[in-house]
Structure formats: C-alpha cells, structure tokens
Design a protein around this ligand. Structure first.
Ligand SMILES: Nc1ncnc2c1ncn2[C@@H]1O[C@H](COP(=O)(O)OP(=O)(O)OP(=O)(O)O)[C@@H](O)[C@H]1O
Length: 249
C-alpha cells in the first residue's frame, strides 16, 4: 500500500525528517510513537503532500505509484485520508455539506440529509451537522468530526494523528469502532483493502484498534520497530532514551 524510502524533509530550510523508511502492506495497521517534536505529524503532512514540507531526498510510493511530488488533491483522490491533529476551522462550510459532498463523490449519486444524519449518528454528531466545520468544536468533537469526514470518504490509507487525545471515556469507544470500520477490522488481514497509520502518545486507541506493528520516531528518524504492545510497555517503563540503543534499529 505505502512505501517510504530514505525520506528526508525540510520545512523553511529546517531539516525535520531524516532518512525515514516505512512500509505498510495492504490491510495492515501500524502505530507511530515518539516524543513531542520528534517529527510524527510532519511525516503525516509529508505523506498528505502539504506543500511546505519539502522532500529533499527519498521516495513515497502509494499503490505502486511514485507520489513524492504529487499535489495534495491528487493524493486524496488516490485514496489517502488524514485526521489532522489541529484541522482548520472552515467558516461558512456546514459539516452537513462537507460530509454530503464526500458521500456523493464516493457513491456517484445524490445523498439526502437523512443519509448524512445516519452516518453522523455513528459518532454522536447529529447535532453538529448545521454548524460550520470545526467552529467552536471541543478537542474531542474535532476528532469525531474529522472521523466522520473520513467515514464519508472511505480512504484506502487512513492516517490518524492522535485520534484518542482529548476524547472522553465514552466517546473513545465510538472513535475506536469508527476506526475499525474504516480499516475493515471485521475482515481477516488478507481480505482487507484498507491500511492505517496511527500516531498515539499513550496508546489508548490501541485498546480498541489492533495494530500489527509500531515504530518509534526520535529526532526525525524512525529508530526502531516492533510489536506495538511490547514497544509501548518498554517506553512506559524505560522512557524514550532507551530507544536510542534499541536492538531493532
Ligand atoms: N514550520 C516550521 N518551522 C520550524 N520548525 C518546524 C516547523 N514545522 C515543524 N517544525 C519542527 O519540526 C519538529 C517536528 O514537529 P512535529 O509536529 O512533526 O512533531 P510531533 O512528533 O508530531 O510532535 P507532537 O507529539 O508534539 O505532536 C518540531 O521540532 C517542530 O518545532
């Protein structure tokens, strides 16, 4: 599904990713851990094609096609969807209309307000549909709003930047269920066509969504990879500094 090879990226002439390698197979879900400022969000922005993230060397291949220099909209049309940590407020754009446009593009047919409301119900967001996208939404509401938009798009590669942060104990279940639906977790890996990458600090979301593999990123580089539960346990007990000497590097 996705291959990142020797990726080095700069923002405003500052190097923020250095020789990053990552391979996500079809149907797989990977997790990305790392301390604040290590480059996790920057990696997602680069995958999404945000223009200020300049690829200086390396390659991003998605579904067999080199997308290193592809514009954002082309990547989105190819099937890359992202839940941003801090998405913009879209004044004048109702959540209902945003979701409806995506559903219509996906299904190639007109979609009713009832159809949108039905989808929104999965995330407890029926009462938010008449509001401007993200305007005045709380932290947890923003996550659910972003997930609702992804549900309407059904991307093949789902990139999630801290989907669990700020989400309360009741809604985390809805968030987990939605991510599992997006990633077709009800099917066996070989029968899934959707893949995911989840950034998480505390791993709460991994209690709901099973990840096949995890990476630790530090100072712009993927230092090691391994079993998500074991890696998280190691970080909890020994901190990130131990990752510098990780045997899986
Ligand atoms: N436009 C920019 N100009 C200068 N530095 C930047 C810019 N954008 C990102 N950075 C720096 O790049 C580094 C990586 O940032 P990034 O947001 O990717 O980290 P992160 O691992 O996602 O952190 P967090 O866990 O806190 O969300 C940080 O040191 C950040 O300050």
């Amino acid at each position: 599904m996705l291959s990142i090879e020797h990726l080095t990226v700069e923002v405003d002439d500052k190097r923020i990713l250095n020789d990053v390698n990552m391979f996500i197979g079809e149907g797989e879900t990977h997790a990305l851990f790392g301390p604040n400022g290590s480059g996790k969000s920057s990696l997602l922005f680069t995958m999404a094609g945000v223009p200020k993230y300049k690829v200086k060397s390396g390659k991003i291949t998605f579904k067999g096609k080199d997308i290193t220099d592809a514009p954002m909209d082309e990547r989105a049309k190819m099937g890359i969807g992202i839940l941003f940590q801090h998405p913009p407020v879209l004044r004048g754009v109702k959540l209902n209309d945003m979701v409806k446009v995506s559903m219509e593009q996906l299904n190639h047919k007109k979609v009713s307000d009832q159809d949108v409301a039905e989808l929104a119900r999965k995330l407890n967001l029926e009462n938010f549909l008449s509001r401007d996208v993200n305007l005045g939404f709380s932290g947890g509401e923003i996550k659910r709003s972003e997930l609702l938009q992804l549900l309407a798009q059904r991307p093949d590669l789902v990139l999630l930047d801290e989907p669990d942060s700020g989400v309360d104990l009741v809604n985390i279940g809805l968030v987990g269920n939605t991510i599992n639906e997006l990633l077709q977790k009800d099917k066996k890996t070989v029968h899934r066509s959707k893949s995911g990458l989840i950034i998480t600090h505390f791993g709460n979301i991994l209690d709901y969504v099973k990840a096949d593999k995890a990476y630790v990123m530090m100072k712009g580089t993927v230092l090691c990879q391994g079993n998500p539960v074991e890696l998280l346990d190691d970080i909890r007990h020994r901190g990130y500094s131990e990752c510098l000497s990780c045997l899986n590097r």
